[in-house]
Design a protein around this ligand. Structure first.
Ligand SMILES: [Zn+2]
Ligand SMILES: [Zn+2]
Length: 634
């Protein structure tokens, strides 16, 4: 065996991003045992701490004489080999320190060393309890599966990879969905081969599971986004259901990763295949099918869309939200109806009350957001260009504007007043868990006649029995939230809402809706191609990467000063090359105060990833939060 005398170690302590790797000498007694991916104890600044070995070498250059020695090996091995590369990619891609990445990757190490207690053996047999028919298409490459795909398809794919005796990772957006899916999977495969990782897993369980996955005792791993960091030794396939779901993005703490993007990297590093499932895939994922992803579309049949024009369709006084046509549908329905409304970010939209005209920033192609204070103004959420709200609508010269969409409560009130005898419930993001469970059960048992819901319903209520109609209100707001993803979100909202019924009524200002016509014609590709064209024109993802730099300070002035200083430096850096990177800001976000801190944003659009970006990121203070491809720009 080769004699490596030195090791590169990532110490697991908070350090500046530029300081991540330290050299240590391997004591003679440990040379035979030492391995890449091990957790070791090292002396660091007068203390003994943990670190991860990432490289072994024969020579440590001129500094080797002063090097400290590794104290002990804490664990035979804690990382799979590909995870070392993954750590570097994560640190690079999400602009975090190596130590932070390692810490968020590995499970907390229990005080007792469980590893010595457990004799982990890799079981080599393949046990499949119940057979399932083969998938009807070639499943040997990365594939996007979209539209109305059969529910059993993921199990068929898992089965195929189990027959090859490989490991499979199956990601789902939420813990409650994981629980339901585990019950189904256990009908087909031995539960001793199945491991479940969600946010609620205990430390000890997590650690034991980690060891079992690393030694291939666990073959099928089902979980939420954090399961993506499990240490696979023989990964065959990664399956991600509802790949467009925002739960795959860690938005509230570092590293702010997207499990789908991490999965793409892992499949590359491990030569495993990736299967992304969605009723309505994200535009970014769809764009991959134009390059190296296969695609498999399942059309849906029997859907009837009806567009109700609210401009011409009368509403009966004093009712404001429900048109007479929608009223008719609700009255005639013998069964159940769902009324879908979108709530997120709706209150900042201004539109002409008469013709529905919406003011847009000409440079960014985004609807302006309305700010009432300090003075009444429309402002672009990306480039911060402002516009005084004109006295008359430029389209129809009407002088009245509408400022926001109605919330769930107001619509519920109106429906309730109109139909006092109907059993009616509201299900939205604010519904408490216990109440939510009751509503889900009552809806299933048909005790609820009208369910008023927001997008949170998609993960809560599965399509199990046919209902009379889905009514979608306020689509105009949906399509015009001041985010570059608003069209995509609206598209997904309509498709997912339409799953519940064959009759879909859409109440809108604009009956000539391209997205709806594509859905009705089963021509999903046409919509994606048109959306990609727009994204390309205005340099949005997938044609750029967006980085949101968040400055936060208890003092508003300080946050602003810091941000403008950095923005100035960045603008200086890109002065001679504004084709690779565009910079916007400083910008006030919607929620200026978050957790008692004032926030100010700088937005970067990265068109070409080159050394300029490295220079720019070096000007960003360590105290800033960095969010790559954020869920929201606001
Ligand atoms: Zn108008
Ligand atoms: Zn703009």
């Amino acid at each position: 065996m080769e004699n490596f005398q030195y090791a590169e170690v990532i110490p697991l302590v908070k350090l500046p991003k530029s300081l991540g790797i330290f050299d240590y000498k391997i004591p003679a007694g440990l040379i035979d045992e030492i391995q890449i991916g091990q957790l070791v104890e090292i002396p660091f600044r007068k203390k003994n701490i943990f670190g991860i070995i990432i490289k072994l070498k024969k020579d440590a250059g001129i500094t080797h004489k002063n090097l400290k020695e590794i104290v002990s090996i804490k664990n035979k091995k804690i990382l799979a080999p590909y995870q070392i590369d993954l750590i570097f990619w994560l640190a690079d891609n999400y602009f975090q320190s190596l130590a932070l990445i390692v810490k968020s990757l590995i499970p907390p190490i229990p005080k007792k060393n469980y590893f010595n207690k457990f004799d982990v053996k890799s079981s080599s047999g393949i046990t499949i309890k119940k057979n399932i028919q083969k998938a009807l298409f070639d499943i040997s490459g990365n594939t996007l599966i979209y539209g109305d795909y059969p529910k059993t398809l993921p199990i068929q794919i898992i089965n195929a990879y189990r027959k090859k005796n490989q490991q499979i990772l199956y990601l789902l957006p939420e813990t409650n969905i994981v629980r339901k899916k585990v019950k189904i999977i256990e009908k087909y495969f031995n539960s001793s081969e199945i491991g479940v990782i969600t946010g609620t897993i205990s430390k000890t369980k997590n650690y034991i599971l980690w060891e079992k996955i690393l030694h291939k005792e666990i073959k099928i791993i089902i979980g939420t986004r954090r399961a993506i960091f499990a240490p696979f030794s023989d990964l065959g396939a990664i399956l991600i259901e509802d790949e467009d779901d925002q739960s795959y993005k860690q938005w509230d703490q570092n590293p702010r990763y997207n499990a789908r993007e991490v999965a793409i990297k892992i499949s590359e590093l491990t030569h495993s295949n990736l299967f992304l499932f969605s009723r309505a895939p994200s535009v970014t994922t769809y764009s991959k099918t134009l390059k190296n992803f296969n695609k498999k579309f399942y059309p849906w049949y029997g859907k009837q869309f009806e567009m109700v024009d609210i401009k011409n369709e009368p509403k009966s006084f004093p009712y404001r939200y429900i048109s007479n046509r929608v009223n008719e549908v609700l009255e005639q329905s013998q069964g159940q109806c769902i009324v879908m409304i979108n709530r997120k970010g709706s209150s900042r939209l201004v539109l002409c009350k008469s013709c529905g005209y919406i003011f847009r920033c000409p440079a960014c192609n985004l609807p302006y957001a309305y700010y009432a204070t300090p003075q009444e103004v429309l402002r672009c959420t990306i480039c911060a260009k402002t516009l005084q709200l004109p006295e008359k609508c430029p389209e129809c010269e009407n002088i009245e504007y509408k400022f926001q969409g109605a919330g769930t409560k107001k619509i519920a009130e109106e429906i309730q007043t109109r139909y006092p005898k109907y059993a009616l419930e509201i299900l939205d993001g604010d519904t408490p868990m216990k109440k939510k469970k009751e509503i889900i059960a009552d809806f299933k048992n048909k005790k609820i006649k009208i369910l008023i819901a927001t997008q949170s319903i998609f993960n809560d209520i599965q399509v199990e029995h046919p209902i009379d109609a889905v009514i979608i209100l306020s689509t105009d707001i949906l399509f015009n939230i001041p985010e570059y993803t608003s069209e995509e979100r609206a598209w997904q909202f309509i498709i997912k809402s339409s799953m519940y019924a064959n009759t879909i009524i859409i109440q809108t200002n604009n009956t000539d809706n391209f997205a709806v016509s594509c859905i009705a014609k089963n021509d999903f590709d046409a919509w994606y191609m048109s959306e990609l064209k727009k994204r390309k024109l205005f340099h949005y993802p997938p044609f750029s990467k967006i980085i949101k730099i968040i400055f936060q300070n208890k003092n508003k002035k300080n946050a602003e000063t810091d941000a403008s200083l950095v923005a100035k430096k960045i603008k200086e850096i890109i002065k001679f090359d504004n084709l690779s990177i565009e910079v916007f800001g400083p910008i006030d976000p919607y929620a200026i105060i978050t957790r008692k801190y004032y926030r100010v944003h700088i937005i970067l659009k990265i068109l070409k990833n080159n050394e300029l970006l490295q220079n720019i990121m070096q000007t960003v203070p360590e105290s800033c939060l960095i969010d790559v491809d954020p869920v929201s720009l606001l």
